[in-house]
Design a protein around this ligand. Structure first.
Ligand SMILES: NC(=O)c1ccc[n+]([C@@H]2O[C@H](COP(=O)([O-])OP(=O)(O)OC[C@H]3O[C@@H](n4cnc5c(N)ncnc54)[C@H](OP(=O)(O)O)[C@@H]3O)[C@@H](O)[C@H]2O)c1
Length: 315
């Protein structure tokens, strides 16, 4: 099969389109014919070697986490899926989705939303599931709460705005000038242009601040968090990790870090939100598998509006 392989960490040029062996599945895994994947910033962080303490130095590696496709084989312990099922989900941290076939654990797969294409469904696991876990898991979001999403135009941000609205919150989205109307169109009640206004100097206070792009620290946001408000970041900087440890020990404002870990229940929950028309995806650009280096280069600009899809096998 064709796959994108890296043989060392480095610039997008290390992503090579090659022939590799089909993945061998474990008893709890599904072999998926992959119709689409998506680029997440963690993919290029792994490619650059920024997570090499976790990902190690065992090359060749096939990167990519988001998968949407068709089950072609099931492991002996799999109970919920049969060959032919249309699924979406995530590979493990070591990737494998930038390929024509991928191994996916049964617990990290769910039926594809019926009203989505494979490319649209592949845009969900890394981003919508992170937004859901941040807001519902770490933030314990409640209807009527005031929520601010920083980075509202990005992959995590577009879903955070919509999920917070779907769960009854009053939502403020923070983005640059060109994306103000776009973020409003996602349902945000209020938008703030960070090139013109610093939300941390606002008179408004929030129950939850989700820094989806990891650009503002807990210390920056304290002033505009309610006394029992929760700040959640997607990026574990040293400063934030210290604040997370400290605020866990004392009553009042909390700092938290969200780590995506897409469970089957959450994948099904997101599928239901999609099928009920409560949230939608936005695909900024689609690249074929053999142009993955260009897709990574675009993601690294941090200017993508919504998601960057990868078209793999034709349906
Ligand atoms: N911990 C986890 O489990 C987890 C899971 C998913 C993602 N992440 C991390 O979360 C971060 C965001 O991921 P993503 O997929 O949302 O990224 P993304 O799609 O690449 O984000 C792009 C967006 O970021 C916005 N942006 C850039 N600079 C900004 C700033 N200073 N203030 C506000 N918005 C800004 C841009 O909007 P404008 O052009 O309008 O500025 C753009 O639309 C990444 O660091 C990623 O690694 C972590």
């Amino acid at each position: 099969m064709k796959a994108i392989v890296i043989r060392r960490y480095g610039t997008p040029e290390v992503l090579q389109y090659e022939d590799v062996e089909l993945p061998k599945i474990k008893p709890n895994q599904l072999l998926i014919k992959v119709y689409a994947s998506c680029v997440n910033p963690i993919d290029w962080k792994i490619r650059k070697g920024m997570l090499s303490l976790i990902t190690g130095n065992k090359f060749p590696m096939v990167l990519g986490l988001d998968v949407a496709g068709e089950v072609v084989e099931v492991g002996s312990q799999v109970t919920r899926f049969q060959p032919g099922a249309a699924i979406y989900g995530s590979t493990d941290l070591f990737g494998g989705a930038y390929a024509e076939y991928a191994a996916v654990s049964e617990k990290w797969a769910a039926p594809k939303p019926i009203n989505m294409t494979y490319q649209e469904a592949a845009s969900l696991p890394g981003s919508a599931l992170t937004a859901l876990k941040a807001l519902r898991g770490e933030g314990n979001i409640q209807s009527g709460q005031r929520v601010l999403v920083n980075g509202a135009a990005g992959g995590v941000g577009i879903f955070a705005v919509q999920i917070a609205k779907a769960l009854g919150a009053e939502v403020t989205g923070v983005c640059s000038t060109k994306n103000l109307d776009f973020v409003k169109s996602l349902g945000a009640d209020r938008v703030i242009d960070y090139t013109q206004q610093d939300f941390t100097q606002d008179p408004v206070q929030y129950d939850i601040i989700l820094d989806a792009v990891g650009k503002r620290s807990f210390s920056d946001c304290k002033r505009v968090l309610k006394p029992n408000g929760v700040y959640i970041t997607t990026l574990p900087t040293l400063e934030n990790m210290v604040q997370i440890a400290l605020t866990a020990l004392i009553p009042g404002q909390k700092a938290k870090f969200v780590l995506n870990n897409p469970t089957n229940q959450d994948l099904v929950y997101v599928k239901e939100l999609i099928e009920a028309g409560k949230i939608r995806t936005v695909i900024d650009r689609t690249y074929p598998l053999n142009e993955l280096a260009a897709a990574h280069a675009y993601s690294e600009t941090e200017r993508a509006v919504g998601k960057i899809a990868i078209a793999i096998n034709s349906v």
